[in-house]
Design a protein around this ligand. Sequence first.
Ligand SMILES: [Zn+2]
Length: 342
Amino acid sequence: MIIDCHGHYTTAPRQHEGWRREQIEAHAAGKAPPPRPAITDGEIRETIAGGQLKLQRERGTDLTIFSPRAAGMGHHLGDATTSEAWARACNELIHRVCSLFPKNFVGVAMLPQSPRVSPKNCLPEIDRVVNEYGFVGINLNPDPSGGHWQDPPLSDRYWYPIYEKMAEYDIPAMIHVSAACNPAYHTTGSHYLNGDTVGFNQLMTSSVFKDFPTIKFIIPHGGGAVPYHWGRFRGLAQDAGLGLLSDLVLNNIFFDTCVYHLPGQELLAKVIPADNILFASEMIGAVRGIDPETGHHYDDTKRYIDQLPLSAEDKAKIFEGNARRVYGRLSGTIAKQSATAA
Ligand SMILES: [Zn+2]
């Protein structure tokens, strides 16, 4: 089985994000939000069948670990109440996709985060998506302010309620920022890659993995700048007296393969052990075009991994085994959803 651990519902029916705009406008005007729009199963089927499912089939992948559109999380907008209603609506829609296509999609949640609001307020939603929907992970935004970095670093006990839940349920978190409202950043360029790099650096210098030895994080987008600068991070750990970087992080931190050219994938696979790499494409996502140098979509990342000089055993880990290990509930959810499909 080929498991893509990083996909978002970027093609959701238009009225879904339309409601979000109305919700934020209503909040700004001090009014109650309008009722949620009706979205039919037929509309959901159409957006998936012609989009992500079609690309799964064309590219030869089987299952996508699927979450709400990351740039759409918009944690910097509204307040904790609007974030809660929006997260519930987005997660419900993911659940409906997984119910309609149980063999092709397994859910991961966005959280109802807000800048400077304790992430404790996310715990009921984590309980709900795991227990009611069978979701297998969460996307954790290290910067709910959207590019102004107003919250404590991931090393801070501020985040520990989330880590306790991750340990309790055996669910990993993908470190994933949302849209940037700071014009210095490009959302899916510098802001995303910066979020990945910052999150890694905060965790590697922390005692989070001493306090929570079993929890796991996925650093998306190939780990931001981390694999390319592995030597710098190794040296920083050494100079700080922290010991070997590999000992510090490799039981708990994993990197996905959302790197959109072969040389980048070669570097990732050379620097990071195969046990710590999870296949992902983030389709349909940030980069939708065709690379004129190859004639293929930039985000058709399976092609790059197929070309890497790795053993069949290592490729099996990257395509399937590591995802089943890192997402501790994944195999159970796959079995359950396959049974409903049958
Ligand atoms: Zn993403």
